[in-house]
Write a protein that binds this ligand. Structure first.
Ligand code: FAD
Length: 477
């Protein structure tokens, strides 16, 4: 019997796993997909929200501010990409100024530091491409941007380093209480644990309802569509630019990413299908129209891809975290700002599990993790020496993002390591560039096949049936 089984390897589940790995306990993370970060955590705005937006007094507000405060130190400890670029909420009409002031006051009440309302003159100096109609903005210097994959993998790797086990391709299909804990039915057999953490994203309601049918929960998938623009557009804004909800509707954001791209979106469209992550022409049209209200001349022709993610929306619009039945802890309704709050969510959930199981801290917990070495960050001499020692760092596999064979091998050999093209892409950025994997896929497949000791016909894009090679031309002939 495990001490704890965490269901879901998104940013919430991995943050819980990492924080729980501080204690002497036997912990397993169960994930239905083939890798970490395959749900909502892979498709979002990647903003570390400062915390002025969530309603004062809510759990969301408290964990957002705490998560945002913890993020800079965590980024150093776990070596993932994070930048405190600051954010602006732009007011596009004098009529909406009271709403801007209300947002400022909510932020001050939430404990967000450094908030200031700035007037148009200062705004234009900060953001030369701001729309002509912008009259003022809320400036939040503690706002930031993060690599959502980098954060999630870092948490997972550090948890694994401290003894947490991961089981992928394993879907939880049922749950029932047993003596001293819970039986977890999966498509790979029954598992048992003293305590369950439900971090199943948009499916957290299904698991909640199995554990506590008397108080049902309903999570609605709320889709957000985006455009991702090439590096050449990455400097179009310097800070995250939000629109103040008001006269022109809710608006969309325009932000640089930690990897130098420009991200524009999202929409907010409720969908019935919790797997419906395809963008739609209507959704992207909405992003196109709304983004131009706050930022002018966005070079949308430099779009390299579009994507959509699903928020786990619950009617109360607050995070739902707590022990709902003995030994069953919900980490549910983690919609935005779940990414920003993840460090605080992990600590809160781990505290609940610790108290429930009376866990003791481990003397040998190691809070550090080293990210994949990126030779681009080295000076010429250091890079030459690295290549001399390991020639794989001299082989460029992804030309768009300059990713070397050495980085890809490192990504595959980690725990948990990459097993698919998407696994390599999210860890190294091979395939993230303007050709969107057109050139590097066959070479990444060769490396995966060699490193994993499987035939290339077994390599998938993202696990399951997503095989790339389905036969050879000569077989057909
Ligand atoms: C459009 C959009 C924009 C956003 N922007 C931001 C932002 O800028 N900043 C911010 O802070 N937050 C943002 N968020 C919110 C943030 O992305 C989420 O709060 C966060 O990623 C949720 O993580 P999670 O681990 O709870 O869920 P997920 O990442 O969805 O993880 C849940 C995991 O559980 C697994 N699972 C589900 N059911 C089962 C089962 N039965 N058995 C086994 N495994 C199962 C899934 O496969 C999945 O991997 C945004 C979200 C969206 C959609």
């Amino acid at each position: 019997m495990y001490d704890s089984i965490i269901i879901g390897a998104g940013v919430s589940g991995c943050a819980c796993a990492r924080e729980l790995s501080r204690y002497s306990a036997n912990i397993l993370v169960v994930e239905k997909e083939e890798d970490v970060c395959c749900g909502t955590s892979k498709a979002n705005s990647a903003i570390v929200h400062a915390g002025y937006d969530a309603a004062h007094g809510s759990l969301m507000a408290r964990l957002n501010v705490e998560g945002s405060r913890r993020m800079p130190a965590l980024a150093k400890e776990l070596d993932f990409a994070y930048e405190q670029c600051g954010s602006l909420v732009v007011c596009l009409s004098e009529e909406d100024r009271p709403a801007l002031e209300k947002l400022y006051e909510n932020g001050v009440a939430n404990g967000v530091e450094g908030l200031r309302i700035i007037e148009r003159d200062e705004l234009v100096l900060m953001e030369p491409n701001i729309a002509d109609s912008a009259v003022a903005a809320l400036w939040a210097p503690t706002g930031g941007i993060v690599c959502p994959f980098g954060l999630t993998f870092a948490l997972a790797e550090n948890a694994a380093k401290n003894g947490v086990a991961f089981r992928f391709d394993t879907k939880v299909t049922g749950l029932h209480p047993i003596k001293g804990g819970w039986a977890v039915e999966t498509d790979g057999g029954t598992l048992e644990a003293r305590c369950i953490v439900n971090a199943a994203g948009v499916y957290a309601d299904t698991l909640h309802n199995l554990a506590d049918a008397a108080h049902p929960m309903k999570i609605t998938a709320r889709r957000g569509d985006y455009f991702l623009l090439d590096h050449t557009a990455g400097q179009h804004v310097r800070h995250t630019v939000f629109q103040l909800p008001g006269k022109y509707g809710k608006g969309v954001l325009v932000t640089p990413t930690v990897h130098g791209n420009l991200l524009v979106g999202p929409t907010a469209i409720d969908v019935d299908d919790k797997e419906a992550t395809a963008t739609t022409a209507a959704g992207l049209d909405e992003v196109r129209t709304k983004s131009g209200l706050a930022v002018k001349d966005i070079p949308l022709r430099q779009t390299i891809t579009s994507f959509a993610g699903l928020r786990a929306h619950e009617a109360r619009h607050d995070f739902f975290i707590g022990e709902i039945a003995p030994g069953f802890v919900d980490c549910a309704a983690i919609e935005s700002p779940g990414l920003s709050s993840a460090p605080a969510i992990g600590a809160m959930v781990a505290g609940i599990v610790r108290d429930s199981l009376h866990l003791k801290e481990k003397a040998d917990f190691d809070p550090t993790r080293k990210g994949i070495l990126d030779p681009k960050t080295l000076d010429f001499a250091a890079r030459a020496e690295l290549i001399r020692q390991n020639p794989a760092y001299g082989q460029i596999i992804c030309r768009c993002e300059s990713v070397t064979e050495g980085e890809i091998i490192d990504a595959i050999r980690r725990t948990p390591g990459a097993r698919s093209l998407d696994g390599v892409k999210r860890r190294t950025r091979a395939g993230m560039g303007r050709c969107q994997a057109g050139f590097c896929s066959p070479r990444v497949m060769e490396i995966l096949s060699r490193e994993l000791g499987v035939d290339q016909s077994e390599i998938t894009k993202s696990g399951g049936g997503s095989k790339i090679i389905v036969g050879t031309n000569k077989d057909t002939l």
